[in-house]
Structure formats: C-alpha cells, structure tokens
Design a protein around this ligand. Structure first.
Ligand code: SF4
Length: 367
C-alpha cells in the first residue's frame, strides 16, 4: 500500500481513509517524514517555521461540563474556583502586552452564570485598551454555552462577538470528534456532540472569522476515531475553507478522572505519526502545527521534519495542562533557537499567519 500512497502524495492527490489508517498503524515511521514533507513544501515552499508570541489566559475555571480528561475545572463551591472581572482580565492582558505578546488566547470553563454581555465587554475593553493585540478568544463549547445562556442562535452570538472585536476562534473543545468518544469523555453528552463543535466553526467561517482545528488524542479513542476526526475536519474544510491550521496534541492524565484508566500517555512515536498523517491527509489545510509545548521541546523539533511548518505560540501563561501537573515554558529567544537548531528559519507571525519578522541568522564576520 505504501507504493500507492507515495504515488498519490507525489502527485498531490487525496488519500483514502484506509490508506490513512495504514499510515497511522503500519507504515514504517521514517517513511512518513518524506511523504509529509512533500505536502509541507507544496504549501510552504521555503524553510520558514512560524510561531506566534502569545499567552493563554483563563477568565474562569468554573465549569459544569465535568469532562473526565480535564484537571482544570472547578465547581462553584470549590475553594479555588474563580471568575475574574473584565478589569482583572485587562490587568492580565496588560502584563502580557508588556512582555511583547501580539495575541491573547483566552478560554474558560462553561460557566452558566456568565451572560453574553460579559464576553462582549471583555472583547470591547481588550480592543479599546490594546488595539494592536489580536483576540483569539472562546472555543466552540464556550460559544455554545453563550448561545444556551442567552437564548440566541450560535450565528447571532458570533455576530455579536465579532462586532465586539473577536478576530479568531481557537480549535479547543474538539478532543476527538466522534460521538462515541464524546459520549465516553463528557457528561455534557448529548449537548456536546460533534455537530455542536462543527456548527460553531461552520458559522464562524461563514462570517469570515478565522479558526483553527485541533485534536487531543491518547485517552479513550481508538485509531478509527482518529481517522473519523480527520474526516470531519477535511470535509468541513472542503465546504468552508475556513481552517487556517491543524494542531494535534496528546492527552496528559495527571489529576484527571481518567488517570487510573489510562496506563500510559501517548509518546513521541504516536505524535510524529499523527503530525505526518495530518499533513498528508488534510490536503486542504495550509498549516500543521508542531508543539514544543505538549510533547516536549525535542519532539517538537523533530515534528518540523515530519511535516509541521509551524511551532505554535509561546504560551507565556498556561494553566489547563499545568493543572494536570504538566509544566513547560519557553522564551522567544528559546523558540528562535529551537527552530534554528532544527535547520529552519524562525518567523514570527500573527494568528492569521501574516509575517511580522524573520529571524535571519546574523552574518558571521571573519576576523
Ligand atoms: S475541558 Fe473545558 S468544558 Fe471540559 S470540564 Fe474542562 S473546562 Fe469544562
């Protein structure tokens, strides 16, 4: 089967689900890299690897979805539950701004007490006080929650958020996009079905709001679910062309309800396979993001040779994985070094992949 797949990839043709499954389960790992790079250099012909200087802020950890894979959420009664005011969040944004971030990735729990106006005010204030910052706010489940609390449609919620300054939506909340997996990992089912996530992204794309697609694997899914997830993303992208990037990462189990059910977290082999498979299978998405953050810096570097052309965000503050005992931090200088060490040219970008600055190597002056 590898021969047929190679033929298709070299001609930039679509591979089938069966062929994708072969790459996921059977193909020799090192065969995947050149195949993935064929698509990588088709879409991104030079040796640039992009990244965004950003931070990940959370406005509330109160959530009534109780996902079994989540160590971040609290109930209202927990002593360490919090919901920040808009002013408190502006202080946090201000601190991040002074460190040079160009984008704020803001997400929170599904808090039934928060009205739509709270989210709108957050966007308006952020735009008023920090007009050159890009607001990458509110994942699909949060938008669904806003619709539920306000009684408006998802479309009308998005229209209001866009009017308040929303620039783009992160792909969080997809986990693995099959109802089999959703049923197993969230008590929110049937409200949190695959169609809820796709509805938000479809409506966002129709309104011209840029979004990313993600996948968090390594919990209760089977390989069939991973392939079905990729099909959901590929089909929606055929329809809307609104996803700018695909970002997979592996589940971290500490302090989650799944801790004892999952023997071992997925490692670099699976990650590199999924990065390469995504690059080959999602033939209609321009960027695949490798992660220094979730997989460790060394695996992140290797992912750049398995089809990833982007190194994600600097994520100066990150609290969701931190709640699962997972700590990883980086500086801009370190990101630049990691990319250079991997043989690529670091390029700072916006959320929408516009180039901000290129970190060319300083010329060596001979004595
Ligand atoms: S993953 Fe999100 S929706 Fe699920 S419990 Fe955690 S905060 Fe709530």
């Amino acid at each position: 089967m590898l021969k047929e797949i190679r033929e298709k990839v070299l001609n930039h043709q679509r591979i089938t689900r069966e062929e994708g499954m072969y790459l996921l389960q059977q193909a020799p790992l090192l065969e995947l890299a050149p195949l993935a790079n064929n698509w990588r250099y088709h879409y991104n012909p030079d040796k640039n690897v992009t990244f965004v200087v950003d931070t990940n802020l959370n406005y509330t950890n109160v959530c009534d979805a109780y996902c079994t894979f989540c160590a971040f959420y609290r109930t209202e009664k927990d002593s360490d539950a919090y919901t920040h005011t808009v002013d408190e969040m502006m202080d946090k944004i201000g601190q991040a701004y002074s460190k040079g971030v160009t984008r704020i990735l803001m997400q929170g729990g599904l808090n039934s007490k928060l009205p739509l106006e709270y989210y709108e005010n957050m966007l308006r204030e952020a735009h008023k006080r920090f007009p050159d910052l890009s607001a990458h706010f509110y994942s699909a489940p949060e938008v669904k929650k806003m619709a539920q609390v306000s009684g408006l449609s998802v479309k009308d919620v998005l229209i209001r958020l866009k009017a308040a300054g929303l620039k783009s939506i992160p792909g969080g909340g997809s986990e693995v996009l099959t109802n089999r997996v959703k049923f197993k990992v969230s008590r929110l089912f049937p409200k949190g079905q695959v169609s809820d996530w796709t509805e938000v992204h479809r409506e966002a794309h129709k309104l011209g709001i840029f979004t990313t697609a993600t996948m968090m694997y390594g919990h209760l899914e089977e390989d069939e679910d991973i392939m079905e997830h990729l099909d959901v993303i590929r089909d929606l992208q055929d329809e809307t062309k609104g996803f700018g990037a695909f970002i997979p990462w592996s589940f971290k189990k500490n302090d989650t309800a799944l801790d004892k059910r999952i023997k071992e977290e997925a490692g670099p082999n699976k990650y590199l396979r999924i990065i390469a498979l995504s690059r080959i299978y999602l033939d209609n998405i321009k960027h695949i993001q490798g992660s220094w953050f979730s997989e460790g810096k060394k695996t992140g570097q290797v992912s750049l040779h398995f089809g990833a052309d982007d190194f994600g965000g600097t994520l100066f503050d990150e609290n969701v994985m931190l709640a699962a005992g997972f700590y990883n931090r980086v500086t801009v200088d370190e990101v630049v070094t990691l990319i250079r060490e991997s043989g690529f040219t670091p390029v700072e970008r916006t959320t929408e992949y516009e180039i901000l600055r290129k970190f060319e190597r300083p010329e060596v002056v001979k004595a």
